[in-house]
Design a protein around this ligand. Sequence first.
Ligand code: ZN
Ligand code: ZN
Length: 745
Amino acid sequence: MKIWGRLQQKFVQVPSTSKEAITDALLGQWQVKSDNDGTKLNGIHVQKNTCNYLVPDATKRLTLQDSKATLTSKFPAWQIPVDSAADSLGFFAKQHQQMLVKQSTWQDWANLSPLVPEIASAIQIEPLEKIIKDAIPHLEEICHRPRSYLKMETEKLPVARVQRIAPHAIAYLTSHTEDWECKTFRGIRPKNVLSLVREELLDIYENRVTVRLIDHVLVYLRQRIRDVEKLKNELEQVLNFSEVSQSIHWRNRERICHLWGENFDAAPQLKVAEVTLDFLKLIKQKLLTLTDTDLYKAIPRSAEVEGTLRNTNILIGDRHYREIAKLWREWSKWRSKRSKTAQQLFDFYQQTINGFDAFCFLLCSKVLMKTDRDRGFGYSSDSALPERGQLYSLQQDSHKESETLNFRWLDDGSIQLESEKLGILKFIPLVAQLAESPDEQTSEQILKLLESLVDQADSPQHRTIILYFGTAQDLSQISPKFQRFFNTIGNDLLSSDLNSSSKSDRKLALLPVSPFDILSTERVARAIQWWIYSQKYSAYPIKNGLESRLPDELLRKLQQSGAMRQSSQNNQLLVMRPLSPDDRMIFNSNLHSMIKREEAKGNSSRGEVVKLRQLKNLPENIDREFESLLTCPTCQAKYSATGFDISFENIGNDCFTAHCQHKQCGTNWGLQRCGQCQTNYPYIKLGGANPEISDRSVGWCDRVFGRDVLAVTCFADNSLQFYICSNCGSCGNSSQSSSYYCQRC
Ligand SMILES: [Zn+2]
Ligand SMILES: [Zn+2]
């Protein structure tokens, strides 16, 4: 057998000795590829030449064996999605399989909603929960006035406390002088006497059933409350987005509302979720009070009750206990529906992880492709729905070969985007719920582990982003110190001390995504936005390779006007801006007269004339090279030399600023120089009023702007003027850079 490490994207060494423990297991990290028939995972026979995820068994353990080695490990419970969440993920794998069978197109897939399926039924009160509520008065009655078993015990008591004398008390007293108070002339006055004591025993079978039932139901309720709370959060998020509020940019709001569906009203759903939640919390509270009763405390923790109840007289005859037996049976029915054989559990986890992969593939498809409601990144494809291990291509409207994006859903479930110009962007889905890590130490360990495994080649041409299963809400539970490291595309890692040059060396890109979080799509979109546009903008100034071809006379003119300059390092010719109408006029007339002059020289300068004629297209060539810098990243308005929609300016330091005046747009974008490290970083600033951002918790950028961001705005700054340098992580409003800004205005 071979083990594929998805994080490393290669096969990892399998220890050859037996009983070797795999350390630091993250769920979804490993797959086993079996090359013989004898491989077993958690006792389940793994078919030859298939690829399976290493998953936990019912005890959260992992056992992998073949004839040569046995590997074991344990998955911490917090990493593993709970059943209801796993079901939601599994839905996406099922959906993908069904659509493959139906021969759906990729476009159909991209139109699928990335939100929790069947949310409306998941927020209703379940029949079992109504039965629980009906049983509560009976549970209360039993806990306060339980049946008990009466036992008579013989005990030696001081005379004053004796109620009933034991039958052999006199005989005992005569032989025990130490229990005499004194001797009188009539006989003995006793100090202690053997007496009969009634003892009430609560630990009887029927009470054990009651108490264990309370425990089981509490476990059930806690999980259900968490589930409904998550759904309620998602609904609240949607409502926030659909209300016209000052704190969210309208572009992002529109996208999110489209995602949710225009005809869907979240408000009544939210009401339902709230009612259900109140209902569940109330019965949970009532049950919790019962854990404080004498009856509850009288039953030992270890006292188990087997699933099928014995029919005792009390359980049949007592009107309260009868109801308890009824609830017990309902609860076991529910539980047996959920309980799985080893094989079922194995299939369930495979389906869960495959489902998360499919969910991430859906997010990427949605973001890249033009759908009915959203432009995405403008790609389209008439291809069939992608399967793993195949290469697909996505085209831009322009149908230019160079703009084609290759899309691979790799065999291991990772998603790879690649293009000639942009290099490779890889998304690795990891189903482990990293934001559920129980403490700081664990969070730190996870980051260190990922940093050591994931290839972080510090090149914009090759980026890897881990998508883990989680929501912004989950993230807010972990230590604030680590939150931002768990939601970043690796370009906003603000150094801890603003005034020092201490640099955070964490560049790991890690994003939470979940069908429970409506912003998941925007996070993935922001990552792709950064991959595409940061590279396009950083190509400024344009290196044209003209230096050998442009005659000095023409070059001088273009340099004088500021359209071109020669690099001081290697004499490379840099184009600083597209040619203005004036530039064009001067260029064309100069070129024209030069050609005329050469032609007059006759045959001898024929070669020269051909060379000069080739330069005729130069202004248009330059326009083409500037096209990606000059197309508005939000509304896609295009520059034209005669139009006024887009303005472009070289602002020195090899930086530029561009502005879109298209209706309703007003977007600014460009390259700015960091005052701290003197590198240039790209930014996009949306037009319109600045949103009033009250909530600056990690991930605020996704909420306010969504994908329409490159460098992230500084946390500390309310004017939204300054950015976090994507190279060194310092905030642009340090003293040096503010002087730079002043030069600008
Ligand atoms: Zn625009
Ligand atoms: Zn910097």
